[in-house]
Design a protein. Structure first.
Length: 85
């Protein structure tokens, strides 16, 4: 099991999904590929386009990944502000 925080995986996922032309799930690193397996969704349409494109589920996962990463940033900033006070 990875010691990386979950939000880091969502950041990785966000970066990869935003660069969807870089390749389908099979090219993702192990932690991200495991997350894709756990989610049980197909993130890329590789059949109807030349370049992999995000599926509807992929776009939803991307939106949620952004939300998680942003929320984590806010929590970290608040904790840091409390620690500095």
């Amino acid at each position: 099991m990875s010691s990386r925080p979950c939000d880091d995986r969502f950041r990785d996922l966000e970066a990869i999904l935003q660069k969807s032309s870089s390749g389908p799930e099979s090219r993702l690193g192990d932690p991200i590929a495991n997350l894709v397996t756990q989610l049980g969704v197909t993130l890329f349409d590789r059949l109807s386009t030349k370049k992999p494109q995000l599926t509807l589920e992929g776009r939803k996962v991307l939106a949620e990944a952004k939300s998680v990463a942003h929320g984590t940033d806010n929590v970290r900033a608040k904790v840091k502000a409390c620690s500095a006070a």
